[in-house]
Design a protein around this ligand. Structure first.
Ligand code: PEP
Ligand code: MN
Length: 263
């Protein structure tokens, strides 16, 4: 059983039949980007079998270079809708632009606001109005206070279904893609009623570091993990270096169980 915050009522976020912020550790897994029907269906079936309860996959990808693969957009959403219907897995996908909200909301069970858009107040306001659960990733150089105010923008529209996700921040260290702020997890549990997730994939940028950091996050009190998984990481169109193959994901799920139980 996991500890409850005694100071205040914690908010449970409901996505389909999945309760985030309850006693169960929730794992969201899937590829960085939706590349093809076969790629995401194969991944969905495998992560579902291994215990993930939500599927992730980006149709709209915020890429550092405009010449990188930026996602399959509408076609990606269509593929995601098919895979969702086939597997029954609720899906989380990123929304980058408020103009896409109607299309994305037809498919998404939860809307992801990416790190780069954490302080896009127009977008936050629009997703707040949508009433869909929101997965709010920490801005890459944002303080906890700035992050919590971003969550307030969503909640100010009457939508309290917000999950906070630590995904690493910019520091001087460049061996890893970002620096995971493990402290943020228990700190947010003190400061906020919202569920807290960890994304060790973007946090570390290296597949070999994903599992150990994930376990640290669970031990620190995370309500769940977001993990990038790809059938063939070496062929991924984005974030292959940090994506787990099926075998590594299976091993992480195995190792996560006893840690989650102990917290
Ligand atoms: C992602 O989840 O693929 C992503 C782009 O994450 P972030 O916004 O944390 O960089
Ligand atoms: Mn990614």
């Amino acid at each position: 059983a996991r500890r409850k915050n005694e100071q205040q009522e914690s908010t449970a976020v409901r996505v389909g039949d999945v309760i985030i912020g309850g006693p169960q550790l929730v794992v969201i897994a899937g590829p960085c980007a939706i590349e093809s029907y076969e790629q995401i269906l194969g991944t969905a079936l495998e992560v579902q079998r291994l215990g993930a309860s939500l599927l992730r996959g980006g149709a709209y990808k915020p890429r550092t270079s405009p010449y990188s693969f930026r996602g399959k957009r509408e076609e990606g959403l269509e593929i995601l809708a098919q895979v969702k219907a086939l597997t029954g897995l609720p899906v989380v996908t990123e929304i980058m632009d408020a103009r896409d909200l109607e299309e994305v909301a037809k498919v998404a069970d939860m809307l992801q606001i990416g790190s780069r858009n954490m302080q896009n107040y127009t977008l936050l306001t629009e997703v707040g109005k949508s009433k869909l659960p929101v997965f709010l990733k920490r801005g890459l150089a944002s303080t906890l206070e700035e992050w919590l105010y971003a969550a307030e923008y969503i909640m100010a529209e009457g939508n309290d279904q917000v999950v906070l996700c630590e995904r690493g921040i910019r520091t001087f260290e460049n061996y890893t893609r970002n620096t995971v702020d493990i402290t943020a997890i228990p700190a947010l549990k003190e400061l906020s009623h919202l569920p807290v997730f960890l994304d060790p994939s973007h946090g570390t940028g290296r597949a070999s570091l994903v599992s150990p950091v994930a376990l640290g996050g669970i031990a620190a009190g995370a309500d769940g993990l977001m993990i990038e998984v790809h059938p063939q990481p070496e062929l991924a169109l984005s974030d292959g270096d940090q994506s787990l193959d099926f075998e590594a994901f299976a091993e992480l799920m195995e190792r996560a169980r006893p840690v989650a139980k102990a917290v």
